[in-house]
Design a protein around this ligand. Structure first.
Ligand code: GAL
Length: 429
């Protein structure tokens, strides 16, 4: 490593550690106090919004029930979508001081940690508990890299949901048909604009929000099969349908609140439910957040899958892994992973989070109508993985996409966007 890189790394490490100390809202102990103790557990995640924090507490309470006297240090780092949390985690891994377990997405994002030798092989734990048989095949497969299990799933989110304000839409005489086209959606949004209300609420202070909006449009324009082929080099980011999606995205951005880069995803969906605008595209953690903010489903807000000819389910998985090296509290980490796979814990977590349980043995009869619909759809729709959440391919490629979206938000330059993405297809797949 060159000297300047070393310096950068050590600055990043100390910046990230102090970030954790500031933002880590410890359930019991100040951050870092777990070191050396035996009956302790430190976990990191990016679950800090109202609903996310409550859902995380379900897991913390769950593990405490199975491990008497355990104290849990909740070292969550704020920032929707997790970019800040992952940066802080990278610094800790580099410094050789990992937490006992950390939140991550399966498949592509997981592979990056596996390739770096950072996550423990959990195959034996999976076998001992017969977990694969309790999961849909595609969920179980997403937890593997080269046939070995390295992570444990807590839930399944859908990324491509358009949350709507029924009163605002009805005032403009607009109905959004999930089986309609992106053109129909844009025509409806323009009708909302004509009534004097901002059509779209967007909160992309954390870039994942606009990255998720753009990917939903691309999925809709190209279809599930071509979406998958974008990551196996069977289809190009230079295709006319992708360019059309970028033009659609520009139009939708122009119909969004001007302060979108200053507000967060949860602020944006709450503004939509308050009637500030008609729609907001967000993964279905928005459902948990809206209910947590005492908004009534069906009245204050409703939902449609992002419009398109095909019923596409953009899968965003949540789970936890544990470090391959230097684990501070191995037994507690093991108990944590087992807690995640408890069907009752998965249902209780989903009730707060807006997700559906990953395990098929979980009882979803107490969950909301939205979640029952999501569960039925996960079984029959065309399931694809999200790029905005780094699941469909490697972390490196997802970072290139996030950077390209940031640049595109400022420049609107379609050729520059497709050039960086086709270049990434050549060099990063
Ligand atoms: C996603 C994660 C969700 C939710 C969201 C917003 O990456 O899968 O659980 O937390 O970020 O922070």
């Amino acid at each position: 490593m060159r000297a300047s890189n070393k310096l950068k790394t050590s600055l990043a490490v100390s910046a990230a550690l102090s970030l954790i100390a500031v933002t880590g809202c410890s359930a019991n102990q100040p951050s870092g106090s777990t070191q050396g103790g035996t009956n302790k557990l430190e976990i990191t995640s990016w679950w800090t919004s109202g609903s996310e924090a409550e859902a995380l507490n379900v897991l913390i309470d769950g593990v405490k029930k199975t491990s008497t006297g355990l104290s849990v240090d909740n070292a969550a780092v704020s920032g929707g979508g997790g970019a800040n949390a992952r940066q802080a985690l990278a610094a800790r891994l580099q410094a050789g001081s990992p937490p006992d377990a950390w939140q991550l997405h399966p498949a592509g994002q997981l592979k990056t940690y596996v390739d770096g030798g950072q996550v423990a092989d959990l195959t034996q734990l999976w076998k001992d508990n017969n977990w694969a048989s309790q999961l849909p095949q595609d969920v179980a497969e997403a937890q593997q890299v080269d046939g070995k299990y390295y992570t444990v799933p807590i839930g399944v989110h859908r990324g491509n949901v358009l949350w709507t304000n029924p009163a605002v839409l009805s005032k403009a005489g607009v109905t959004i048909d999930p089986a309609g086209s992106v053109d129909d959606l844009i025509a409806g949004l323009k009708k909302v604009e004509a009534t004097g209300t901002t059509p779209v609420c967007l909160g992309d202070k954390d870039i994942f929000a606009s990255a998720e909006l753009l990917e939903s449009i691309i999925m809709s324009r190209v279809g599930a099969d071509n979406w998958k082929k974008l990551f196996t080099n069977g289809y190009s980011f230079d295709a006319p349908e992708v360019k059309q999606a970028l033009e659609d995205y520009k139009t939708i951005l122009s119909l969004s609140n001007k302060d979108h880069s200053a507000i967060t995803w949860d602020e944006a969906v709450k503004k939509m439910a308050d009637g500030t605008c008609a729609v907001s595209l967000m993964g279905d953690w928005a459902y948990g957040e809206l209910v947590n903010a005492k908004k009534t489903p069906g009245t204050d807000f409703a939902w449609v899958t992002f419009p398109g000819k095909e019923d596409i389910f953009s899968y965003v998985g949540d789970g936890f892994s544990i470090p391959a090296k230097n684990i501070p509290h191995a037994d507690a980490a093991n108990a944590w992973l087992k807690t995640l796979m408890d069907p009752k814990v998965q249902t209780e977590f989903a009730a707060k989070k807006g997700s559906i349980p990953a395990v098929t043995t979980a009882d979803i009869s107490s969950l909301s109508d939205y979640q029952k619909e999501a569960s039925a759809s996960f079984a029959k729709a065309a399931v694809v993985s999200s790029l905005a959440h780094g699941q469909v391919t490697t972390g490196e490629f997802a970072q290139t996409y996030a950077d390209a979206v940031s640049t595109f938000n400022g420049s609107g330059n379609v050729a520059a966007f497709t050039a960086s993405m086709t270049q990434a297809q050549k060099t990063q797949l």
